[in-house]
Design a protein around this ligand. Structure first.
Ligand SMILES: [Zn+2]
Length: 260
């Protein structure tokens, strides 16, 4: 009997929280999540098929914020409407409100029209210099709002100053948990979804982050099939569930490890 009493709680721990591993009944108010909808205002982000990245990512960011709140988290949205916020200000907000994690939401695009219907999929990025041409290209497009003005040397100095921080490893872990959960959610109804994986890239919106920070490219709005899906509530809800389940898994694991 004694043994059974010992085994039961372990069985519950192993199997009691099956599925996403998250339960709304847990008090998570000690964790504040910053959700950053990319672009806004005069900065439309990528545009294709009459759709704007800034609108898509605001819809997903608001849904994500609501889901985190349902789960008991505190949430801060860097923008709740169509306004422009400087890239450099976005991670500063995360510091000011002492966020546990910073999650920036974007949609992807390519320039080569002949490849519009070939290139698709969801990708999650964390800040790191890379020689990978694809990551550099995507970062360059997303960085455009800040590239005007600053010279290449000062940009390199900014990135170098954060590259050796411990947050890179933590951001990588957070990215793995979020990407895995988004893909699992989407594949439940859209088995052909392409998993673009976790990738390092020099995104300026992540520069200066003193906490685990990631950037999710939820899909390519230049791909007509993916664009149509991205603007449906079912697809958005699956992305949202994936982000929330992934971040929760990350936070819960850190709590066990280091009282995060
Ligand atoms: Zn973007």
């Amino acid at each position: 009997m004694k043994q059974l009493l010992f085994v039961l709680p372990i069985l519950f721990l192993l199997f009691g929280c099956k599925g996403s591993g998250i339960s709304p009944s847990v008090d998570r108010s000690d964790s504040l999540i910053v959700i950053d909808a990319g672009h806004g205002g005069h900065d439309t982000g990528a545009t294709s098929g009459g759709r704007y990245e800034k609108e898509l990512v605001l819809q997903i960011a608001q849904r994500t914020a609501n889901k985190f709140k349902e789960m008991g988290y505190r949430v801060y949205l860097t923008r709740a409407d169509d306004t422009f916020i400087k890239l450099s200000g976005r991670t500063k907000i995360a510091d000011r409100v002492d966020a546990k994690v910073f999650i920036s939401i974007h949609a992807n695009a390519i320039a080569n029209k002949s490849r519009f219907e070939v290139v698709e999929g969801v990708e999650t990025y964390f800040l790191q210099k890379t020689r990978d041409a694809k990551s550099q290209r995507i970062a360059k497009r997303e960085n455009e709002a800040v590239l005007q003005g600053a010279d290449a040397l000062s940009k390199d100095v900014i990135i170098d100053s954060v590259l050796n921080g411990p947050k890179i490893i933590e951001s990588n872990k957070l990215a793995i948990d979020v990407q895995g959960n988004i893909v699992a959610q989407l594949k439940g109804a859209y088995p052909d979804v392409k998993n673009g994986g976790v990738r390092p890239a020099p995104f300026y919106v992540l520069v200066g982050a003193s906490r685990p920070s990631i950037l999710v490219e939820v899909g390519y709005i230049t791909n007509s099939k993916e664009r149509a899906r991205l603007f449906t509530s079912d697809y958005q809800e699956r992305i949202v569930k994936g982000i929330v389940a992934g971040a929760t898994r990350y936070i819960d694991n850190r709590k066990k490890e280091l009282g995060f």
